[in-house]
Write a protein that binds this ligand. Sequence first.
Ligand code: NAD
Length: 480
Amino acid sequence: MINILNYINGEFQPALGGSWLPNHEPATGAVYSQLPDSQAADVEAAIAAAEQAFPEWSTLPAAERGAIMERVANLLESRLEEFARAESRDQGKPVALARRMDIPRAVDNFRFFATAVKHWSSEAHVTDQSAINYTLRQPLGVVGCISPWNLPLYLFTWKIAPALAAGNTLVAKPSEITPMTAFLFSELCREAGMPPGVLNIVHGLGASIGNTLNVHPTVKAISFTGGTLTGATIARQAAPLFKKLSLELGGKNPTLIFADADYELALSTAVRSAFTNQGEICLCGSRIFVERSIYERFRDDFVARVAALKVGDPEDESSDLGAIASEQHFNKVMGYIQLAQEEGGRILTGGTAVKSEGRCAGGWFIRPTVIEGLANSCRTNQEEIFGPVVTLQPFDTEEEALAMANDTQYGLAAGVWTSNLSRTHRLGAQLKFGIVWVNCWLLRDLRTPFGGHKASGVGREGGWEALRFFTEPTNVCVKI
Ligand code: NAD
C-alpha cells in the first residue's frame, strides 16, 4: 500500500487529522494506495506556508524562477516512463497514451511558462504629449489551483506553471480520484530546489478542501478545471471576496462533417476525437453531425472502425481504450447508455461493459458506444456524459448543422470538416465555442487562448492570458 502525502512547506506529511481515503486502480477495481483526507487545518497550514514563501519567490528574478521550473521539467522528462506508468495505473488510460500525450505535455507546460515569463512585457500608453501610463503587472500572492481526474498531471501543470512563473505561491489540489502523479511531482519540485512553501499540494475531497480554500481571504485567486456544477459552487463561495476566478468547465462538443471534407481524414479523426482517453477529455467530440448525402456511408465506416477498437488492460501496449476512471463514473456512463435507449436511441456498436478475465476482472471497462436516432434536444445529446459514448445525427444544410451544434448550454470546442474555405471562416465566427478546430482535432499551440463560452467557463488559460490572470495590473500615470 502506497501512502500518498501532502506536500506543505517543503515537507511530506499525512493529514493532520490522521484520516485516509482509498485510491483505486481503475483497471482492477482494487485499492492500491491511500491519500490524506485533508481538512480545514491542512489547508490553513498550506496557505500559511504559501504566504510566508511569497515575498522571496515573488521578488526572485523571473529568470531564476524559470530556471527552477526548467529543472523540474528536465527531471520529469528523465522519469517520463515511471510517470506514464503511474498515470496509467491511477487514471485507467492506456500507458501508451500517457507516454505519448500526458507526461510530455506536462513537461511542455513547465518549459513553456518557465521561458514565457522571460519574454513577457507589459503595456505603456502615451497620452498625447502630457503623460505616460505604464502597466505594472504584479503577482497576486497566494492562489489556489484545483484540477480534475481526466488528464491529471497534464492539467495540474497547465495551471500551476503560469501561476509559479508569474511569481505567485500556491495551494494546489489534485483530484482525489487521481492523486498519484501530483504526489510524485512534488518530489521533483523539492529535488529541483523549489523553495519550501512555494508550491503546496493538499490531497483530499473537493468540499473538505474547497470550503476553506474558496473562502479564505488570503487566497487571491482560484483557477479551477472541472465540472460546471462544481464551478458554480466555487464561484458562489469565492465571489463575495472578489477573488479572481478562472473556470474551465464541462463540454458537449459537436463535430460537423460536410460531404466536401477529406473523407478518410475526417473519419479517422472523428474516431480519435470521440474515444481518446475513453472519451474522458473535455475536448472530445461527442455529438457527430454528418451531411445527409454521406451519412449512411460515414455511419457504417465509423461503426466498423469503432467496433475494431481494443478495450483492455491499460498496461497492454495494444489497448486503444483503458478503464473508466472510477466506479462512480462507470455507473454514470452506463446510466446514460440506458437513458439513450429509453429516449429511443439505437445502439450501433458497444453499449455494454467489458467483462475481462484475470488481472482486470474487477475493472471498470465500457465498449466504445455509438448511438443514432436521437433528437438533438434529448438529454443524451444535451448533458455531458464524459465517456466513450457518441451520437450520430444527419443534417441537410450548413444552417441546420450550425443551429444544432450551437443548441447546447456548453461552448468548449467544435470540430469542422470541410474543404470549403468560405464555410470555414463563416462557421469559425458563428460557432459559439472557445475553440473551433477545422480539419484537425487537439492540435494545440500553448500560446493560444484556451477556454469555453457559456456554461463551459469563464476566463482563458494559455500563453499571455494565463500570465495576465495570475497578475494584478496597476496603471501608473506619470505627468510629463
Ligand atoms: P469535479 O468538478 O468533480 O472535480 C474537479 C476538482 O474540483 C477535483 O479536484 C475536486 O476534488 C474539486 N472539487 C470538488 N468540489 C469542490 C469544491 N466545492 N471546492 C473546490 N474544489 C472542489 O470534476 P471532475 O469530475 O474531476 O472532472 C470532470 C469534469 O471536468 C468534466 O465536466 C470535464 O468536462 C471537466 N473538464 C474541463 C476541462 C476544461 O478545460 N474546460 C478540462 C478537463 C475536464
